[in-house]
Design a protein around this ligand. Structure first.
Ligand code: ATP
Ligand code: LTN
Length: 328
């Protein structure tokens, strides 16, 4: 029996190179080795206000992105979270297991509740509990995510362990998979911040559908430093380190190879070569995006939801039984 993977992304904003290198790339690489479930987490998306029409469209667009990135629907299960009611049902049970204090420590909530906690939605606060339910429903062994989700994974493990202790062995305790390169891609315009969909500065992120011209322009403008120490991996030089990390992730070369390749060269040279490498890297993805039509995608999602439900319903049944809930 293969071990299981579950991961997901929100159908909001535009996906960027950080999402691709931190998450999607690894989903594709791991899909054959594991029984994989890749979810479009629309219930998570509504923790912040969304336009209903746009949310619907983005949900389908994200399925298209998964497939264009190389997720094979004949190998992996691709589905939408709200199609599988068990996610919301298990989230309720887990919200009775989670404690206020542990949710209050989640840094993403603090970042996203920009106007303070008084006016923040309750869903935004309990977001990590729904994420735990997503994972635990599939008896998941491995969760490939970017660095920013590590804390949520720790909470998921804590909730699963607490439940197993209080009610008897029920859930597999999942491990995070955080890639050694690319788990934390920073903004090109402010290397102190992570590359994000919600950044107001559009030059900070390379979006997956950016044209070659735009990609080149954004890299040319990327913030670096005025050091004369050459092009080397130095975590202190955040802007440069980020550019080199992107280069490393898209070319799969070693740090040594990259440093010798750029020895004696300047930032201008690095930026142009990096832009070319990213443009080439995204080409097959961008071509595939144009090929997949809505009808095909809907069929894949329907099939995916059926498969997901068959696994999720079994875990939910067992959970309800353990807790003493009546539903058969
Ligand atoms: P954003 O932070 O851009 O608003 P998000 O965290 O809401 O995005 P999702 O689309 O749900 O984004 O994230 C999908 C995956 O992308 C997650 O596994 C997340 O860890 C990863 N990810 C997001 N930003 C980055 C980044 N800058 N570098 C590496 N991985 C990232
Ligand atoms: N919280 C994640 C998205 C997400 C997820 C999940 C990731 C929701 N459920 C389950 C992995 C497993 C995010 O914002 N990136």
């Amino acid at each position: 029996m293969k071990k299981r993977i579950l991961s997901g992304a929100q159908p909001t904003g535009e996906l960027h190179l950080g999402n691709y290198l931190g998450a999607l790339k690894n989903w594709v690489a791991l899909q054959n080795e594991y029984e994989s479930f890749y979810c479009i987490v629309d219930l998570h998306a509504i923790t912040l206000p969304q336009d209903p029409q746009v949310l619907k469209q983005k949900t389908l667009d994200l399925a298209r992105i998964y497939l264009a990135a190389g997720i094979d629907p004949d190998v992996s299960t691709v589905f939408v979270q709200s199609d599988v009611a068990e996610h919301a049902e298990l989230a309720w049970v887990m919200s009775c297991v989670a404690r206020m204090g542990e949710l209050e420590r989640m840094t993403q909530f603090k970042d996203k509740a920009k106007d303070g906690t008084e006016r923040a939605g309750v869903g935004l606060f309990t977001y990590p509990v729904l994420m735990a339910a997503d994972i635990l429903l599939y008896q998941t062994h491995l969760v490939p995510v970017g660095q920013d989700q590590k804390q949520h994974l720790e909470l998921t493990r804590d909730l699963a362990e607490r439940f197993n202790r209080d009610y008897g062995e029920t859930f597999v305790i999942p491990d995070p998979y955080i890639p050694p390169v690319g788990a934390k891609i920073q903004s090109l315009s402010d290397p102190e911040k992570k590359m994000s969909k919600s950044d107001e500065n559009l030059n900070g992120a390379i979006f997956l559908n950016d044209s070659a011209d735009v990609i080149l322009k954004k890299f040319k403008r990327a913030v670096t430093d005025s050091s004369t120490d050459g092009i080397v991996f130095d975590e202190e030089r955040k802007g440069l380190f980020n550019l080199l990390t992107i280069y490393q992730s898209v070319t799969d070369q070693s740090r040594d190879e990259i440093e010798s390749h750029f020895a004696g060269k300047g930032y201008g040279h690095l930026k142009t070569e990096l832009a070319e490498a990213v443009i080439e890297y995204l080409k097959p993805f961008q071509a595939k995006m144009a090929e997949l039509n809505d009808e095909e995608l809907e069929k894949i999602l329907q099939k995916g939801a059926e498969k997901a439900r068959s696994v999720a319903s079994e875990t939910l049944r067992k959970t309800y039984e353990r807790v003493g809930l009546h539903k058969k």
